[in-house]
Design a protein around this ligand. Structure first.
Ligand SMILES: C[S@@+](CC[C@H](N)C(=O)[O-])C[C@H]1O[C@@H](n2cnc3c(N)ncnc32)[C@H](O)[C@@H]1O
Length: 477
């Protein structure tokens, strides 16, 4: 409805004071703001309006004595885009100096245009086609991989896609399972080949960068047509905090616009199968706890970086431990993950289990390292584990965490750390190279360095997938 004149209120409160619109330089000049030279000194432009601008400086902008105005140049590369006069700038406040044009406003749009033209000219002249240092063997591997995906795609789109829309959800699931069986061995071969080609460069940052760039230019865009791989690559919730990605691996239900997208999703699930394998190994460890201590009827268990804590779903829903009680403490700085975990554990518990108590601690493991930390109120624990968190921690921090966890054990208790390894059949190529998912893919020696010198009886084994280390520190009874 058209507004009446008396209903047009204008701004309210402090906004009534109207000034020329100020723009953040980075946004206004598309991350290529001109350099500002004042009295011969170059400054970084922070904000700009038609009436003035601010530059980053912790000191007063120097200007010749005895003059009211100072000359300013806006430069991009070797080009001078504009010159103007400004009033003598005042002192720096919070690392910024405000400058006001002398006696006039400048044409901001013209400045933006000239800047864009100068940037575009510079960029077009910069040589782009560097000689690639990527080994030919790796290029052949990427070409073979893309060729194989293209063949699958043609077949799937010609032979399956026309019928896919007519299928029920259950029928699609059956079809996807068959596709998974059909492609599994072929994809495992590519994973093996990829790992073999990139593992030799694990400690060569330059080559790793070149190989990753090559992979991301060629292979990643095709894989990222699937929701799973796209989410891993784009990381909308950051790196380790995304419990929804964990759930995608645990649910093992490919989704996508069509059968080819679901097929690609399946490739992601096959490559990431060790993640679900690790979770199942944790379920087995929880079962062992009660088997190893038949005399005990209540256990204190803590998970650090619990995420969705899916290892409890099967553990409780199968009712294998009816008659035992568990006090579970889940530690995670991601509140959505804790919320999900607590609800899903309680809903999976079979009636008849004597007592289950789940507490969430919405904090980082670093809270434990603080003197007087809130963790001091917890009772000594039978079993403390952390799966997939040390994958993101350097050795020093991991050792600090493990040694603190050990202090929280009761005699006879166990600390367990699950850490991804650099096995030739593991996730190194598929995570680090195909999806830019960087972790500490530790070898045996690197795992032993975590435990060396720490108390307890140490045990280092592989989990059922072979792609994760299981490090245990047992406290003598
Ligand atoms: C890769 S996930 C593993 C989750 C779970 N353990 C699993 O196996 O499904 C890592 C988890 O560590 C949590 N995390 C990240 N930083 C942490 C920190 N500083 N302290 C404790 N947990 C942290 C993340 O929020 C995430 O849930």
């Amino acid at each position: 409805m058209t507004k009446h004149y008396t209903e047009l209120t204008g701004a309210i409160g402090e906004r009534i004071q109207f000034g020329a619109q100020r723009h953040a330089a980075d946004a206004y000049f598309h991350k290529a703001a001109p350099v500002v030279r004042i009295a011969g000194v170059a400054y970084t432009l922070s904000e700009i309006s038609a009436l003035g601008f601010s530059v980053l400086s912790t000191e007063t902008v120097s200007a010749p004595d005895g003059v009211d105005s100072v000359e300013v140049w806006f430069e991009q590369g070797d080009s001078v885009l504009a010159t103007a006069e400004i009033l003598r700038p005042g002192a720096a406040v919070d690392g910024v100096v405000e400058c006001r044009f002398f006696d006039r406003a400048i044409d901001l749009e013209a400045l933006a245009h000239d800047n864009a033209a100068a940037v575009a000219t510079m960029r077009v002249l910069r040589p782009r086609l560097e000689r690639s240092s990527v080994p030919t063997g790796y290029k052949i591997f990427c070409a073979d991989l893309l060729d194989s995906l293209a063949s699958y795609r043609r077949e799937i789109e010609e032979e399956l896609a026309p019928f896919d829309h007519a299928l029920s959800a259950d029928e699609r699931r059956v079809l996807d399972r068959e596709l998974e069986v059909a492609v599994k061995a072929n994809w495992a071969e590519f994973i093996l080949r990829g790992n073999a080609l990139v593992l030799p460069y694990k400690n060569d940052p330059e080559m790793r960068k070149a190989l990753k760039r090559y992979t991301e230019n060629l292979v990643t865009p095709e894989l990222c047509r699937a929701d799973l791989q796209r989410r891993c690559f784009e990381k909308p919730m950051g790196y380790p905090g995304d419990f929804q990605i964990m759930n995608m691996f645990y649910d093992h239900q490919p989704v996508g616009a069509g059968p080819y997208e679901r097929f690609l999703y399946l490739l992601g699930l096959i490559a990431g199968a060790p993640i679900a394998g690790r979770m199942r190994s944790l379920t087995d460890e929880l079962s062992l706890l009660a088997n190893d201590h038949p005399e005990q009827d209540h256990f204190h268990v803590m998970s650090i970086g619990s995420g969705p804590a899916r290892e409890y779903t099967d553990f409780f829903s199968t009712g294998a431990h009816l008659g035992k009680g568990y006090s579970l403490t889940l530690v995670d700085p991601e509140s959505l993950a804790l919320d999900y975990a607590i609800k899903s554990i309680y809903s999976s518990v079979k009636t008849g289990v004597s007592s289950i108590m789940v507490s969430g601690m919405n904090t980082s493991f670093t809270e434990m390292l603080r003197p007087g930390s809130t963790f001091r109120h917890l009772p000594p624990q039978d079993f403390i584990y952390s799966a997939g968190l040390t994958d993101y921690l350097n050795t020093k921090l991991t050792r600090m965490m493990v040694s603190k966890l050990y202090e929280h054990l009761k005699p006879g208790g166990t600390v367990l750390i699950g850490n991804v390894n650099d096995s030739p059949t593991g996730m190194y190529w598929s995570a680090e190279y195909a999806l830019d998912w960087t972790m500490y893919f530790r070898n045996e020696q690197e795992m032993r360095e975590i435990a060396d010198g720490l108390p307890g009886i140490h045990e280092l084994t592989l989990d059922q997938s072979g792609a994760y280390w299981i490090l245990k520190l047992k406290k003598p009874a």
